[in-house]
Design a protein around this ligand. Structure first.
Ligand code: MG
Length: 251
C-alpha cells in the first residue's frame, strides 16, 4: 500500500530534505584527491547531527556508515573507509536524513578533478534521466511514466539501466511502497496521486547492466568493472506537479 502524506507532512519531509541537500552540496565541495571516503562520512555525520537530525543509513540493517560512498565501478552501498579519492575518479554519495521522524533520501555522483569524456557523459545522462523521471511524478500519471522516462533517457544514449536495483516510496520509513524500477511502460502501474512521495534513483552502468555484490556483502559493483553512476531525488507528487524535496541541484 502506498502511504500518502498530508501537505503538513510533506513540509516536514521538505525540512529533512533541505538538510539532506545541503549535506550533499557540502560533500561535493570536499571531493578532492587525497580525501578518504571515511573523511566524507565523518563530515556528513557532523553536519547532519549539528542540524538536530540523524543519518538514516547508520545502523540500517547493520550498515556501519552514515553515508554510502561508492567510487568508480561501485554502483551503490559502499561502506566508507580508507579509500582515497584520486584525480579522474567519480564517486557516488548517497545520504539519508531523518528529522522529526521523516526521512529524505538522495544521491549524486561527483567527479574528482577532470574526468574522461565517457565518464562525463555517464554522469550527465544519469542526472538527465533522474530529471526526466521526476518530471513525470504528477497526478494522473502512472508510475510507469516515471520509469519509462528514466529508461528512455539512458538507453537512447547507449548506456545500461541496472534492473536489479530500484527506487522506492519514502516517508516515516526509508523504504515504503511502491518499488520504482528504472525501466517500464508508460501508462502502467499505480496511478500517482497528490501526497505520494517517491525516491527516484536511476543507477546506470557505462558497460553492461549486470551487477555483483562485493565481499563485504554491501557494495554493489558493475559486473564488468565499467563505471557506474547514481543520482536520486526524493520527490513529492503535489496538485501543482512534482516537488523535489532534496534540491541538491539548486545552488
Ligand atoms: Mg533510495
Amino acid at each position: 500500500m502506498i502511504v500518502k502524506k498530508t501537505p503538513e507532512q510533506i513540509e516536514r519531509m521538505a525540512a529533512s530534505g533541505a538538510i539532506q541537500a545541503r549535506c550533499l552540496r557540502m560533500l561535493r565541495s570536499k571531493c578532492h584527491p587525497g580525501v578518504t571516503t571515511a573523511d566524507l562520512d565523518a563530515a556528513a555525520e557532523r553536519f547532519i547531527t549539528a542540524q538536530g537530525a540523524e543519518a538514516s543509513f547508520k545502523g540500517y540493517r547493520g550498515f556501519p556508515g552514515s553515508i554510502c560512498a561508492s567510487p568508480n565501478s561501485m554502483v551503490v552501498h559502499g561502506i566508507p573507509g580508507a579509500y582515497e579519492l584520486k584525480r579522474g575518479d567519480i564517486v557516488s554519495l548517497d545520504v539519508g536524513v531523518t528529522k522529526d521522524g521523516w526521512v529524505a533520501d538522495a544521491a549524486i555522483t561527483v567527479p574528482v578533478g577532470p574526468i574522461t569524456p565517457q565518464a562525463r557523459e555517464l554522469l550527465d545522462v544519469t542526472k538527465e534521466a533522474l530529471i526526466a523521471g521526476a518530471r513525470e511524478a504528477r497526478p494522473h500519471n502512472h508510475l510507469g511514466d516515471v520509469s519509462a522516462a528514466v529508461q528512455r533517457q539512458v538507453e537512447s544514449r547507449g548506456l545500461s539501466i541496472i534492473r536489479s536495483l530500484v527506487g522506492h516510496g519514502i516517508g516515516r520509513d526509508m523504504h515504503e511502497d511502491p518499488q520504482i524500477p528504472n525501466y517500464g511502460e508508460p501508462g502502467r502501474g499505480p496511478q500517482l496521486e497528490p501526497g505520494m512521495v517517491l525516491a527516484i534513483e536511476p543507477m546506470v552502468n557505462a558497460g553492461g547492466p549486470e551487477v555483483r555484490v562485493g565481499d563485504d556483502n554491501w557494495a554493489v559493483y558493475s559486473a564488468d568493472g565499467s563505471l557506474a553512476a547514481h543520482f536520486e531525488f526524493t520527490v513529492a507528487v503535489t496538485e501543482d506537479g512534482p516537488r523535489v524535496l532534496t534540491p541538491w541541484h539548486e545552488e
